[in-house]
Design a protein around this ligand. Structure first.
Ligand SMILES: Cc1cc2nc3c(=O)[nH]c(=O)nc-3n(C[C@H](O)[C@H](O)[C@H](O)COP(=O)(O)O)c2cc1C
Length: 190
């Protein structure tokens, strides 16, 4: 699949299940490869991922439900738990700090760039999964769940949780999006 096709087909998939069209090993391999391919400012490599599979996937979403103490509907949490796994995206703040110390003139920018790079990684993995016939969505239960996630998966203290991406077999395609005039958001000058 070309990058354009993968970008066109990537959508927010809320209806997912545990039946992956490829093995968990292949999914993990793909994620690891994308992590190494996506760029970062000064090549600082600030992004980290934790992939929760099997029992850990179920435990993660049960824990998120508990941390929110019933404030998020069980049905919604269960829709994410129904997936085969969840990718947790982090920024290693120790890496960001070391670059700030090394290049003080850019100190303010490194946290911003680390967030940019994390977003690039999220999109790349989201699209790469779709290329394999896997649906995913992007969730943000952080920072409420930060401590719980660190404790559950022994995540280093320097890792800041940025996003959660539940993924799985596609149960239902989302509705088609409204067509958009690309000229509204891109101006060409020459
Ligand atoms: C940076 C970012 C944050 C998002 N956060 C959430 C979120 O917390 N929960 C959610 O259900 N969807 C979230 N989304 C999904 C968007 O709502 C969705 O991508 C958008 O409506 C376009 O739909 P599509 O993904 O099907 O193309 C997020 C998307 C992006 C790019």
């Amino acid at each position: 699949m070309s990058i354009m096709k993968a970008l066109r087909e990537r959508r927010t998939y809320y209806a997912i299940n545990k039946d992956l069209p490829i093995s968990e090993e292949k999914v993990v391999e793909k994620i690891k490869e994308v992590v190494t391919l996506v760029p970062d400012a000064f090549n600082m490599k600030s992004a980290r991922t934790v992939v929760a599979l099997g029992e850990k996937q179920d435990e993660l979403w049960d824990a998120i439900y508990d941390v929110f103490d019933g404030k998020v509907e069980r049905e919604k949490i269960d829709s994410f738990k129904a997936g085969a796994g969840t990718i947790l995206y982090f920024i290693d703040e120790d890496v960001v700090k070391s670059l700030q110390e090394e290049f003080p003139n850019y100190a303010e920018n490194f946290p911003i760039w680390a967030n940019h790079a994390n977003g690039m990684l999220q999109l790349a993995i989201w699209s790469a999964l779709r290329e394999e016939g896997i649906g995913a969505s992007l969730q943000h239960y952080n920072p409420v769940i930060d401590e719980k996630v660190k404790e559950m998966f022994s995540v280093p203290e320097s890792y800041k949780l940025i996003a959660q991406m539940p993924f799985g077999g596609i149960v239902q395609e989302p509705e088609a999006k409204e067509a958009e005039d690309p000229n509204n958001r891109t101006k060409v000058v020459k």
